[in-house]
Design a protein around this ligand. Structure first.
Ligand code: CTP
Length: 403
């Protein structure tokens, strides 16, 4: 996802207050700009003691606003034009003082005035000493802001700059980034929908040391879960072995074997509006799992007897509640479309995403994929090679139409 310009055309205003965590904000701006956003910065005077306006100007490629009464770049009433320009305002780090001003309608500097003048969503990321954060006045002010629809990005716990340990650290930059992406990037066309996604490889034990698995990295399923969450869905991700981090805001259930994945899927099947099964499930498992490590010199004959795992998708198709959308994947090395059609039919799917292992820049471990989407009406759409996040968006566009 981080290579896609998902914030292209979006306007993000960052309000920086005077706290030590201000030094982390240039990194956030860099990430936003890489995603295509246009970023502007408003600083309080105290913030300029920690990081210079020039730093933010260089990172955002835009002038930085600090003074209410300095010469504007063009004729404009700057606090109003910034307030109207932005799609969302993030105040980070937000000091106790600024939180107090926002809660009590005090507009006595550029940032508090812009915050009051904007009709866009305001996000506030507090960062301060634990005692200040826990102070009754701060907590009451935060409660007031929440009641007025301002979103608070909770501070993290840890060692603070003052030497104390506790709650009050600015939330991780990736949490701020994800909150901004969630706010502005996508229409919430899956809002109110429950989406169950599976990802990664199942793992079947041979003995306490060895196991059977496959090359799946889980990237495709992870990007589907991420995209669905960013489109407003309540996402549950059942994942086996994966080599990437799970997305924020998603309910993750870690499983090992195909049987574990089967149990997790079946227990969430009924409530799901959409199920997308991107996991690479092991079709077979060892018939007998040795209790102890199999030794070279213990009469091992070199044979591991296998038995079939349950076909999870087939079971879900056979027990599909009315109105639910069920999507499968299929990974082939030959006769891609023919095999995909058979699986679509046999497993009672609404859609199947077919990918060939022989395509360049596609399949296991790659960040991109080339897929063909088939649906039960007989439609077959071959998509170009694109990032797995974009494949996920294409798939969800089609799911939304079915819903
Ligand atoms: N699948 C599943 N349970 C299994 C095997 C596969 O739920 N035991 C799901 C996969 O998650 C995928 C779809 O079925 O969504 C197709 O998987 P694939 O491995 O392509 O095909 P199989 O049905 O296993 O058939 P084959 O291995 O013979 O190609």
């Amino acid at each position: 996802m981080l290579n896609d310009k998902i914030l292209s055309g979006k306007h993000i205003l960052i309000g920086v207050c005077g706290g030590i965590a201000a030094y982390k904000i240039p990194d956030l701006i860099s990430k936003l700009v890489k995603l295509g956003a246009e970023v502007k910065v408003v600083m309080t005077h105290a913030a300029t003691e920690f990081v210079t306006p020039l730093t933010f100007q260089s990172m955002s490629h835009n002038p930085v606003a600090v003074d209410m009464f300095s010469e504007p770049v063009a004729w404009e009433i700057r606090h109003i034009s910034l307030a109207q320009w932005t799609d969302t305002l993030l105040v980070a780090p937000a000091t106790a003082n600024m939180i107090g001003k926002l809660a009590n309608g005090i507009a006595d500097d550029m940032l508090s005035t812009v915050a009051m003048a904007t009709r866009s969503q305001v996000l506030v990321a507090p960062a301060m000493n634990t005692a200040m954060y826990e102070n009754a006045a701060t907590q009451a002010n935060i409660k007031t802001l929440k009641e007025r629809g301002i979103k608070i990005i909770e501070p993290a716990e840890g060692r603070l700059a003052c030497g104390d340990s506790g709650k009050g650290k600015l939330a991780d930059i990736d949490v701020l980034l994800n909150s901004l992406i969630y706010e502005v990037a996508f229409e919430k066309d899956l809002s109110g929908k429950k989406v169950l996604v599976t990802a990664g490889a199942t793992v079947e034990s041979v003995d306490p040391v060895r196991f059977l698995t496959n090359h799946s990295s889980g990237k495709m399923g992870i990007e589907i879960a991420r995209a669905a969450q960013l489109r407003g869905a309540d996402v549950t991700l059942v994942c086996g072995n994966i080599s990437v981090e799970t997305p924020m805001g998603v309910n993750v259930i870690k499983v090992k074997s195909a049987q574990d994945m089967f149990d997790a899927c079946v227990s969430h099947q009924k409530e799901a509006d959409v199920i997308i099964k991107a996991a690479a499930v092991a079709d077979f498992k060892p018939k007998d799992v040795a209790d102890n490590k199999i030794k070279k010199e213990g009469g091992f004959e070199g044979v591991i007897r296998l038995e079939q795992n349950p076909d999870i998708l087939k079971y879900l198709g056979e027990h599909k509640p009315a109105g639910q959308i069920l999507v499968g994947f299929c990974m082939e090395t030959q006769d891609l479309i023919e095999n995909a059609k058979k699986k679509l039919d046999k497993k009672n799917l609404d859609m199947i995403v077919a990918n060939s292992l022989t395509e360049p820049n596609a399949g296991f471990k790659s960040d991109t994929n080339t897929v063909t989407i088939l649906d039960k009406t007989g439609k077959i759409e071959a998509l170009d090679n694109m990032s797995k996040f974009c494949v996920a968006q294409e798939l969800l566009d089609r799911v939304v139409k079915c819903l």
